[in-house]
Design a protein around this ligand. Sequence first.
Ligand code: IMP
Length: 204
Amino acid sequence: MTRKFEGDRLLVATHNKGKLSEISDIIAPFGVSVVGAAEMDLPEPDETEDTFVGNARIKAHAAAQATGLPALSDDSGITIDALDGAPGVYTADWAETGNGRDFMMAMARANDEINDKGPDAPRTAQFRCTLVIAWPDGHDEVFEGVMPGSLTWPIRGADGFGYDPMFIPEGLDLTCAQMSKDEKNRISHRGRAVTQFIQGCFGG
Ligand code: IMP
């Protein structure tokens, strides 16, 4: 039995503005206001696990312990078939410059590494999202969502965040950076995981 979320304010344990904005938009119709980790001055814990769920658990439990509130975290990334699932949990690391994150550089690396595999290398990939809600007593619940698609080059579109400008969801022609937030949320890994969270923790 999934534990229910009681309350009207949800702490989302992320400093990523793109994630926070997408999660807030999906949750808004349920009458819950969302507060982010930056607003609460929460530190960013080190993500020392090698799975999405492991790192999502670290972030959710750290925030629940620090605030005494139930906390929802998101660990997500992209898995590229031609690269045996890389960058996976290291998706954000590919953008690290030592002086902030550069997603243009990260996307160029993904494209170069696929090209290095030869002309027949598949360009298929998946965006993956694991959400964990943790309560201060140590209980947690896990929800997962996947969006299959392919990686295009050159990149297209100015909306979204991260690797959105190179990712075309399966069955569509637009990249995620060429869609409205609503269109992306309806089909995305995060949209699917948040919908499951709502069904599990708010459903009857
Ligand atoms: P982490 O969950 O903080 O380890 O970082 C996940 C990284 O995956 C983000 O920094 C983004 O680069 C990428 N990512 C996750 N979800 C999306 C998305 O919806 N669009 C584009 N990039 C994403």
